[in-house]
Design a protein around this ligand. Structure first.
Ligand SMILES: Cc1ncc(COP(=O)(O)O)c(C=O)c1O
Length: 418
């Protein structure tokens, strides 16, 4: 049993949430006479001022296509290469391993289609029951086209962690690729990707890691966790709608991507079909600058690491407090891995007798924004048998959320759940 914390964790003074909030113009929004409590971050965070300014600045100064000799074109090339460097600092790897796309899902389809050209009948791939379908379906549809068998790492429906005890039965010499999420966007479980990647590499398989949900909350090190492909989405970490992939150079060089004839054949351009979202890329670099500004260190990578540790140590106790409060309510069921399993500050729950969507409507009366549904963690919702009844209510913390906001959520839920 989790300890029921009666007090909201005290601010330890290391982190100035008021200063952080000033950087997010959307937080001025009000509804029903209340300042909006944006607890819908796992669906997309609010955007930081510096990212908005970078996007507007690009369009105001004059946009252009790339590789020209005129000023706006040269600036566009600079913006793209600066953002590749920023993303490499954020995720690990080098700037030429960073590719941009419309979003994580579209990038993953492009990567899957390219990598699958090498797959043959008799090969196998591995996906998980805990993942968002964006890290499942691109791989399984490519597998289907190539006559490749799909195997699943199951989820423990009680513990909400992946069942990895029999991994060597699932990841075998036939395995070509293992796709696994760094964190569950529904219940927040952070997976031991390093261990799974090690098992994959021992049999010569590639590892594709979905870091979309993890990247706003924990420090990500592509090489340390053993990802050959790592994808994320800046709109989840204070930037605009965009997708980013970091692909290890040894794989990227060999990847036969689907591309038009005149497109460069070198990484990263070879996977970036068409004209990129230049203003979005400008904004994404702004988001990384903001994150780095919350940390300390000599290099930007060190500042990002320190910032992400600070963010985690701010968000984590607040999320634990919310889970404990909700668990203490007779009509609430919280879906979370046991204490001791590292989690993102994402809280999934249901209220007995209430459709998840109606819970969202109820808390709206004091302008609390939470979401409902399966959030494309569809397999998990099916395994738990809750998909037909609306899956979950999901509240997610971001670095701009306050203690008052989570108290407001808890109080509102208690009105219908005590
Ligand atoms: C864990 C996870 N993976 C993938 C995605 C899909 O990302 P995108 O919208 O960039 O395609 C999401 C979006 O919510 C997500 O939470």
């Amino acid at each position: 049993m989790a300890e029921v914390l009666t007090q909201v964790p005290a601010d330890d003074g290391r982190y100035d949430v008021i200063a952080v909030r000033k950087r997010f113009p959307a937080l001025r929004r009000t509804e029903n006479g209340y300042p909006v409590a944006f607890l819908d971050g796992p669906g997309g965070s609010q955007v930081v001022d510096i990212a908005i300014d970078a996007m507007a600045g690009y369009l105001l100064r004059g946009s252009a296509n790339t590789h020209g000799v005129h000023g706006t074109s040269v600036e566009t090339d600079e913006i793209i290469s600066n953002c590749r460097a920023a993303m490499a600092d954020f995720l690990g790897g080098t700037p030429d391993e960073i590719a941009f796309g419309a979003n994580m899902t579209t990038l993953t389809y492009a990567i899957a289609r390219a990598i699958a050209r090498d797959w043959r009948e008799g090969d196998e791939i591995v996906v998980t029951e805990l993942d968002h379908r964006a890290n499942v379906d691109p791989w399984t549809s490519a597998a289907e086209e190539r006559g490749v068998k799909v195997r699943w790492i199951r989820v423990d429906p009680e513990l909400l962690v992946l069942k990895t005890r029999d991994l060597s039965d699932i990841i075998t010499s036939k395995t070509k690729l293992v796709a696994v999420g760094l964190a569950s966007n529904a219940v927040g479980t952070i997976n031991d990707v390093k261990m799974i990647a090690k098992a994959a590499h021992e049999v010569g398989a590639r590892v594709a890691v979905d870091a979309v949900h993890a990247a706003p909350h924990i420090f990500v090190d592509r090489d340390e966790i053993g990802a050959d492909i790592l994808v994320c989405s800046p709109y989840k970490f204070f930037g605009p709608h965009l997708g980013v992939a970091s692909i290890r150079r040894d794989l990227f060089d060999r990847l036969e991507t689907y591309k038009v004839l005149p497109q460069y054949n070198d990484p990263p351009d070879k996977i970036e079909t068409g004209t990129l979202n230049h203003e979005g890329i400008a904004g994404a670099e702004g988001a990384i600058q903001f994150i780095a500004s919350l940390g300390q260190g000599d290099s930007r990578r060190e500042r990002i690491r320190s910032a992400m540790e600070t963010i985690e140590s701010y968000e984590d106790p607040l999320a634990n407090w919310v889970r404990a409060q909700l668990r203490a309510m007779p009509k609430v069921k919280v879906y979370a891995a046991p204490d001791g399993v590292r989690k993102t500050p994402t809280i999934a729950f249901r209220v007995d007798g209430w459709a998840p969507r109606d819970v969202c409507r109820h808390v709206l009366k004091k302008a609390v924004y939470v979401a409902s549904g399966d959030f494309y963690a569809t397999t998990l919702a099916m395994v738990l048998g809750i998909r037909e009844s609306g899956s979950w209510v999901r509240a997610g913390l971001a670095p701009y959320n306050t203690r008052e906001e989570v108290e407001r959520l808890v109080e509102l839920v208690s009105e219908i759940a005590e």
